[in-house]
Design a binder for this molecule. Structure first.
Ligand code: DQA
Length: 142
């Protein structure tokens, strides 16, 4: 199974970015853990981070060529703004799980709406880095 983990804007700053909200793990720590879990299950897990909306759209398109089975995506702030990322995910028709480190529902109201959630297989919010692991376990079981 091929899993693709997509990280949106500012997630490259994890570890130092508002650690009381996002935790102290770096993106490299999170990706390494996911790769280890996937390897234990004889699956592959590629990770991609970009601060650019278009680069994320392009990576989603490439996922179809690469026969990615499942996408796990934390689109960061683009979650709340990006029709383009929504359309890309719909366009490639690869099942995906939406993850947010923080509980977006107990934060500012502009974080309560997601352009992705109604297309997602599932949504994990507020569980920190464990949310990605839960999403990966689900993807590998389905
Ligand atoms: C986030 C929540 C978003 O509202 C925010 O813009 C982020 C991170 C999270 O993981 O909690 O960049 O997606």
């Amino acid at each position: 199974q091929h899993i693709l983990v997509l990280h949106g804007p500012n997630l490259n700053l994890l570890g130092t970015r508002e650690p009381e909200i996002y935790g102290r793990q770096t993106l490299a720590d999170i990706n390494a853990r996911l790769q280890q879990l996937a390897a234990e299950r004889a699956a592959s897990c590629a990770a991609f981070q970009s601060n650019s909306e278009g680069a994320l759209v392009d990576r989603i398109h490439a996922a179809r060529e690469q026969a990615v089975d499942y996408i796990i995506i934390n689109a960061g702030a683009y979650t709340h703004t990006s029709v383009a990322i929504r359309d890309a995910l719909a366009g490639v028709a690869i099942p995906f799980i939406e993850v947010h480190l923080s509980n977006v529902h107990k934060r500012e109201s502009f974080r309560h709406h997601s352009y992705l959630s109604d297309l997602a297989q599932g949504v994990v919010v507020g569980l920190g880095a464990l949310g990605y692991e839960a999403a990966l376990h689900y993807a590998l079981a389905n």
